[in-house]
Design a protein around this ligand. Structure first.
Ligand code: HAS
Ligand code: CU
Length: 563
């Protein structure tokens, strides 16, 4: 067997056993992530219950001041902290395990991790003290304590530092593997890290040049429109930063768990490159209603948004083909009937399949949002949280939960506690989210605003009531689901160690065709990075130039706490 022999369908890397330190380091990321999800998720049901008139906030008033403080904690902890820590930890894993070697300079990643942790603690303090009740988008003129902005900036910088550790490790690997395609899971994680590096330039500039000087009192005011533009420069690709690790698992791990192979290594890589080049230059689709952005630029970003739809369609095709291949190998038959032959009794698989099914609906909603004329109907309504609970809160979060079901046992050397409980957890998430998000979409179409305690609103028409109740019912089911998840994690980590042969192995799927047959241009970073950079400059340069040269720091902001 040689590495380049297409006939060999075996993984080209020798098996690499993670060291004890590597397990603990990756586990440390997951620990912070899961704690954040646990705390952040407790506020979701509070909001959902409020919708049907059961306002529990007065009972926790000594600790948390308002619906908006809860909503901010929910958004920041779940959408920003849970995701970022999980993703960076997972990328450590995909880099090390994928390349079959340790990090080239682990100290870099250690520094990155602790920078993120310090940033998180700095952010947490003002959040808990009601000094940063500005929601997860922190749009000015809402003003937070400087510690919140600086903390967020440190989290981003920490993730950059860890990214540097990944690039250096790939670079080192290449030196000893000339002409060999980089293993897919490592490749995918590093493309995501590179995309994130470009994307976060937006919030980095926003925080360093506008928000921090303003919060420190060096400037009297801020320019909300420019700040929003910087924010969405990062904000849209942020959603693919969340999504791509789930895609790494759907392409590169789930097929193995289902007993099959990755249908096409080439298509998988093509999808990742498309995300790298079109994730950033589409941010204006969050600003279709912003008066300060010319129509022509909105139109260009709308068209580019349709192009970012393709890699997900490609993913739907390739992942379903991989699953069908696995299911037919397991004896599945029929045009659709093969679906039953998938290992639905494996909680890790079930969670990810259910996540992917709901993503199809989240994706359709995304296309709706991207269509300018329909966006005018749904923007700033409950439809939007309906959309992102199918995407980030299900496609991504439920997939990550599915990943923890093999990964936490693998890292700790324990067995997964409560397989059936874990299955119940995945299904309750699925059912709860269908009820919750369908009701939110309906409410949005009926004109219910987002980010509003509707239980208190005086203008609620009768036709909203049934949907508001369904939001609460969905929220209650989701509360049960998240509590089950926390219980499973706790019991697994506290459980007895099992013999090494019973510890789950990392499921890494082979490709149906040998990866060496993947064209070399699908494994080169430089050309794609250049295209990505050029496209960003073309799509944002002129408008940003105009906004920066006409910057108006005349919005004083809220120095008081309005809630
Ligand atoms: Fe979005 C707003 C457009 C995807 C998250 N989005 C948001 C917000 C968030 C968010 C958080 O154009 C709110 C931001 C805020 O607070 O204001 N979104 C899109 C489009 C896509 C899209 C075109 N969004 C996502 C993903 C997210 C996410 C992914 C998180 C992870 N979104 C918008 C727009 C807005 C927006 C506007 C602004 C709205 C407004 O006015 O405020 C696309 O990328 C979607 C493509 C997806 C597909 C689905 C493919 C299906 C697959 C599953 C296959 C099934 C399998 C299962 C494998 C085409 C891949 C098989 C199972 C078996 C059993 C066989
Ligand atoms: Cu977007």
């Amino acid at each position: 067997m040689t590495l380049t022999d297409p006939a060999t369908r075996v993984a080209i890397e020798p098996a690499y056993e993670l060291t004890q330190w590597e397990r603990r380091f990756i586990g440390g990321h997951l620990f912070v992530a899961i704690v954040a999800l646990g705390i952040g998720s407790m506020f979701g049901p509070l909001q959902a219950f409020e919708f049907s008139g059961l306002d529990l906030y007065p009972y926790i008033e000594p600790l948390f001041k308002s619906y908006y403080q809860g909503l901010t904690l929910h958004g920041v902890l779940n959408a920003l902290v849970w995701t970022t820590f999980f993703i960076v930890g997972f990328t450590n894993f995909t880099t090390i395990k994928g390349l079959g070697r340790p990090l080239v300079k682990p100290i870099i990643n250690v520094i990155g991790f602790w920078t993120m942790v310090i940033g998180l603690l700095m952010t947490a303090a003002p959040l808990l003290l009601n000094k940063a009740t500005v929601l997860y988008t922190f749009y000015p003129p809402l003003k937070a304590s400087w510690a919140f902005y600086l903390g967020l900036a440190l989290v981003v910088v920490g993730s950059w530092i860890e990214g540097l550790g990944f690039y250096m490790t790939l670079h080192e690997w290449r030196k000893t593997h000339k002409g060999v395609r980089s293993p897919f899971i490592a490749f995918g994680g590093i493309v995501n890290a590179a995309m994130w590096q470009i994307a976060t330039l937006g919030v980095a500039v926003e925080i360093l040049t506008m928000l921090l000087p303003w919060a420190w009192g060096f400037t009297d005011g801020t320019d909300p429109e420019l700040a929003r533009t910087y924010f969405w420069f990062t904000g849209h690709p942020l959603v693919y930063f969340w999504l791509l690790p789930a895609y790494i698992s759907w392409y590169g791990m789930l097929p193995k768990q289902a007993g099959g192979k990755l249908f096409s290594d080439s298509l998988a890589r093509l999808a990742f490159w498309m995300f790298l080049i079109v994730s950033v230059p589409v941010g204006f689709h969050h600003q279709f209603l912003d008066p300060g952005i010319p129509q022509a630029w909105k139109w260009i970003h709308a068209v580019l948004t349709y192009s970012v739809f393709f890699p997900s369609m490609l993913t739907a095709f390739t992942v379903i083909a991989s699953l069908e291949y696995a299911a037919r190998k397991r004896g599945g038959t029929g045009l659709i009937g093969w679906v039953r032959a998938l290992p639905w009794d494996d909680p890790s698989v079930a969670a990810q399949l259910l996540a992917a099914i709901l993503f199809a609906f989240g994706g359709i909603g995304g296309l709706t949002n991207a269509s300018y004329n329909i966006n005018l109907v749904i923007h700033n309504t409950a439809w939007v949280p309906g959309h992102f609970h199918l995407t980030v809160a299900t496609a991504v979060t439920l997939s990550f939960i599915g990943i923890t079901y093999w990964m936490v046992p693998m890292l700790t050397g324990k067995a997964l506690w409560g397989r059936r409980v874990a299955l119940a957890q995945a299904w309750t998430w699925f059912v709860g989210m269908i009820i919750f998000s369908n009701a939110m979409h309906m409410l949005g179409l009926l004109g219910a605003p987002r980010r509003t305690p509707l239980g208190d609103a005086l203008y609620v028409p009768e036709e909203w009531n049934g949907h508001l109740l369904r939001v609460s019912i969905g929220g209650a089911i989701l509360l049960v689901s998240v509590l089950l998840f926390l219980l499973i994690m706790y019991k697994t980590v506290r459980g007895p160690s099992v013999p090494p042969e019973e510890v789950p192995q990392a499921p890494i799927a082979e490709s149906l065709r040998h990866p060496q047959l993947t064209p070399v241009w699908l494994d080169r970073f430089k050309p794609w990075l250049i295209v990505a950079g050029v496209l960003v400059v073309l799509a944002y340069g002129p408008q940003l130039f105009d906004m920066i040269t006409n910057m108006n720091l005349n919005s004083p902001g809220t120095d008081f706490t309005p809630w």
